[in-house]
Design a protein around this ligand. Structure first.
Ligand code: 2IO
Length: 413
């Protein structure tokens, strides 16, 4: 192994600038990459990642006690097991499927129309900072039936919470900032919980407040944690996936033309975006016993990071994996938002994303509305493309030009 290889670090600027350049070498030469600074192991092969995520006895979610609980203010779904996990997961899934999903799609439509309107006459929008970020927060607040007038504060607290759960190394100053955000968010939520306990509606927070587990209602702490869990999980990947979808389609004009002509191709385009550039790049687990991968032992107690981006581009799982192709036969597009998904962007196994169907509906709805509005959409000249984030990753910005629209009136529903 060359000197360069032995010095290679996932914490380096070089890796942060473009992780995708390093994935083939990692899978081939160091499929179990050790980071001495954090004492954790990074797995890059599809089969290894799949094994970790499906063997939940050998690879637990204990790591979340340190990584999530301090800012979630209590236990999140992914930490739970057994009957409690099944019962609470069901409650949350019900809020994101069936009739509830129907209403959320309406909320996605309304938010899309309101948030894109000011940019249409300009013929210019930064799809991340002008639209995607506010859009992700607005939709999440509608799902939770929280007051959208508070969106800026909630967005700022969310950023602190997300920074905490997605950091590989965190300075004491940043840690303090993140905990402050979480405490303020908790203080904001407590009166809401109290009010919904007294006057429950049909929103998710009310359901959590009134639900009983083993004949016992959930405590404020438990309800708070699940709200922050949903808030983070629905908000953090939304702008990234939307911007990545548009970037890939703009960079592949023939596929963009096909999707414009047949919006029925959107689920496949979204699924291929999730495979090609998953917004959640890392999923942590704790090895409960010594485990051997490709001849390397990961010791009991160690944190293992599943590298979703690397696994999704493993040639053992996908043909020509570095090519963006919405028609690829090995994607299994129809199953891409279910437990049978081939790509690992929603994880897999017991803790697979509960919001996958919601994510599909949200992205399909917003993209189907934006595509006809953004005629001749293209990258604005003079802005070098840059992605940020090791854990969650997406474009720092995505400035786009398109044909200005002067006669837009949001269609009432
Ligand atoms: C919130 C990275 C936002 C989840 C997490 C502590 C648990 C879990 C995830 C995703 C996205 C987050 N982990 N969603 O990776 O709920």
């Amino acid at each position: 192994m060359s000197l360069i290889d032995s010095r290679f670090s996932i914490l380096s600027e070089d890796f942060a600038a473009d992780p995708y350049r390093h994935f083939a070498r990692l899978r081939e030469r160091t499929p179990v990459h050790y980071e001495p600074e954090t004492g954790s192991y990074f797995l890059s092969r599809y089969q290894d990642v799949k094994r970790v995520l499906t063997d939940h006895e050998a690879f637990s979610t204990e790591t979340l006690q340190e990584r999530a609980e301090p800012v979630m203010r209590g236990p999140v779904l992914a930490q739970m097991t057994g009957a409690e996990h099944t019962a609470k997961r069901k409650i949350v899934i019900r809020a994101f499927t069936g009739p509830a999903l129907h209403e959320q799609i309406q909320a996605v439509r309304t938010n899309t129309a309101e948030l894109i309107a000011p940019f249409l006459p300009l013929g210019r929008v930064d799809l991340v900072n002008d639209f995607g970020k506010p859009f992700g927060v607005h939709v999440t607040l509608d799902v939770l039936a929280l007051d959208k007038k508070d969106w800026r504060r909630i967005a700022a607290w969310h950023s602190g919470v997300a920074e905490f759960i997605t950091s590989i190394v965190l300075t004491p100053e940043r840690r303090r900032h993140c905990l402050d955000c979480a405490e303020q968010l908790e203080a904001y939520l407590l009166p809401v919980i109290e009010q919904r306990r007294r006057h429950p509606g049909d929103d998710l927070i009310s359901t959590l407040c009134t639900a009983e587990f083993d004949g016992i209602a959930m405590s404020d702490r438990d309800v708070t944690a699940l709200i922050v869990n949903v808030l983070a999980a629905a908000t953090e990947p939304a702008d990234k996936t939307l911007a990545l979808l548009f970037k890939h389609l703009i960079d592949h004009p023939a596929q963009l033309a096909q999707v414009r002509q047949d919006p029925g191709l959107l689920p496949a385009a979204i699924a291929e975006t999730l495979r090609y550039t998953p917004p959640v790049q890392l999923i942590p687990r704790q090895a409960e016993q010594d485990a051997v991968f490709a001849g390397t032992t990961v010791p009991a107690g160690a944190t293992v990071f599943c590298m979703i981006g690397a696994a999704n581009r493993d040639p053992d799982a996908f043909t020509d994996p570095d090519t963006f192709d919405i028609h690829r036969p090995d994607l299994g597009a129809a199953r891409s938002f279910t437990a049978a998904a081939q790509h690992l962007a929603f994880g897999t196994g017991l803790h697979q994303c509960v919001g996958a169907a919601f994510a599909r509906a949200e992205l399909e709805t917003v993209a189907a509305m934006l595509l006809p509005l953004l005629d001749q959409v293209r990258h604005s000249p003079g802005h070098p493309y840059r992605e940020t984030g090791l854990y969650t990753r997406g474009p720092a910005s995505l400035p786009l030009d398109f044909t200005p629209v002067t006669d837009f009136t949001p269609v009432p529903h």
